[in-house]
Write a protein that binds this ligand. Structure first.
Ligand SMILES: Cc1ncc(COP(=O)(O)O)c(C=O)c1O
Length: 388
């Protein structure tokens, strides 16, 4: 069977050897604990579940979703109200908001709406691997912009060669950042708007971790930057703030033309989000704000336990990142990412992610997720302490 060349361009998973070791250990009955996957184990708030049960029983909702490609207006209005309340960002729910099946879907639709074959799209290294896959599937050319600890994991826009910037039609940014946990500042976003204007680049700010910030930091939207709506869209999601990764519901907000282009892609790809899930999403956005505070307390506690354990690694002047439910940490003694991940697995049966999985500039780091139950995390950390 012929499989299209574009799929062959997507990089294979780098660490098959470690993955095989993990699978073999599980098959042998070894109790493997994974700190590698960022997927909340804590439940979705009960009012959201109740609303889904109620609305799923209504046959009216068993049909194709209302306003198929854009999402129902009531959901888009709830999104607009949430953005006004949380980020002081004002958007028109009619044509500046789009319902999505998660922000991941939005990344892909953004690229399909914006990028012609052969055009360059900027993304960070390290960065979320789905960006590269979407760019390659649309036959665009990914260009890696390095982000390093020296620059607080923010790209140095002035160091992007101007011939590259001139060829670029789009750019992915993501703060709070997966995998580094770094957060952006209003000043950085203002530079992004100026950069996008000078080179006519459409910005896709992927912000699903907007609410997962620590140490008293205030959640920030790219769209609160003056001029941001002229140059880009922001993606967000109910996955992380309301423990709803499996529900598949998110949103894009911002530039009308980009929202319109993405809606056109959606119209020809899927038929929207199940109405009952949109109703449940409205309840999350309007009634479940307290879930976020509770979630942050749980993550803060786990974050501190992890920092206490890995703090034995002689980090020097390491500063923990302030965002996302990941910790991005340097490996000890310059060990390679994969060697350290392999050692932790072999000596503690705990899985952590090698930083180099996220790009060349991820080398020398590893990522640990806070989304494991407390008792499993304690067990994993006890084993790691013994191993180190
Ligand atoms: C940077 C980033 N963007 C998007 C997603 C996907 O989120 P969603 O569940 O909203 O599709 C993830 C999930 O881990 C992510 O880390």
């Amino acid at each position: 069977m012929q499989i299209a060349n574009r799929l062959g361009k997507i990089p294979p998973y780098l660490f098959m050897e470690l993955r095989n070791k993990i699978n073999n250990a599980k098959a042998e009955g070894i109790d493997v604990i994974s700190l590698a996957v960022g997927d909340p184990v804590d439940p979705t708030p009960q009012p959201v579940i109740d609303e889904l049960s109620r609305t799923a029983a209504d046959p009216e909702n068993h049909r194709y979703p209302t306003d198929e490609e854009k999402g129902m207006l009531a959901f888009r209005e709830a999104v607009a109200d949430w953005y006004a309340a949380r980020y002081n960002v004002h958007v028109d729910p009619e044509d500046e908001v789009l319902g999505l099946i998660g922000s991941k879907e939005g990344c892909h639709h953004f690229i399909l709406a914006v990028v012609n074959p052969g055009e360059t799209v900027l993304m960070t290294d390290p960065g979320y691997p789905a960006y590269r896959a979407s760019i390659l599937m649309a036959e665009g050319e990914p260009y890696n912009v390095p982000i390093t600890a020296e620059n607080n994991f923010l790209p140095e826009l002035e160091n992007i060669p101007s011939d590259v910037a001139k060829r670029a039609s789009g750019m992915f940014l993501n703060y709070p950042n997966n995998p580094t946990g770094a957060t952006a500042t209003p000043e950085f976003f203002a530079d992004v708007v100026a950069f996008a204007n000078s080179y006519d680049i459409a910005i896709c700010h992927d912000n699903p971790y907007s609410e997962v910030v620590f140490d008293g930091l205030k959640p920030l939207s790219f769209l609160s930057t003056p001029g941001a709506k002229d140059v880009g869209v922001e993606l967000n999601s109910l996955s992380k703030p309301f423990n709803m990764t499996g529900w598949r519901i998110g949103m894009a907000l911002g530039n009308t033309d980009l929202i319109g282009g993405m809606a056109q892609v959606k119209e020809n790809t899927d038929s929207g989000i199940f109405n009952a899930i949109q109703y449940a999403g409205i309840v999350a956005l309007t009634q479940c704000q307290s879930n976020i505070g509770e979630m942050l307390e749980v993550y803060s506690r786990r974050r501190q336990r992890i920092l206490d354990t890995f703090g034995r690694l002689n980090w020097g002047d390491y500063t923990p990142p302030k965002g996302t439910f990941y910790l991005w940490m340097p490996t000890p003694n310059g060990m390679s990412s994969i060697d350290f991940a392999t050692r932790i697995f072999e000596e503690a049966a705990v899985v952590i992610t090698a930083g180099s999985a996220y790009g060349d500039y991820g080398e020398g780091y590893f990522r640990v997720a806070l989304t494991v139950p407390d008792d499993r995390l304690d067990e994993a950390l006890d084993r790691i302490k013994k191993a180190l």
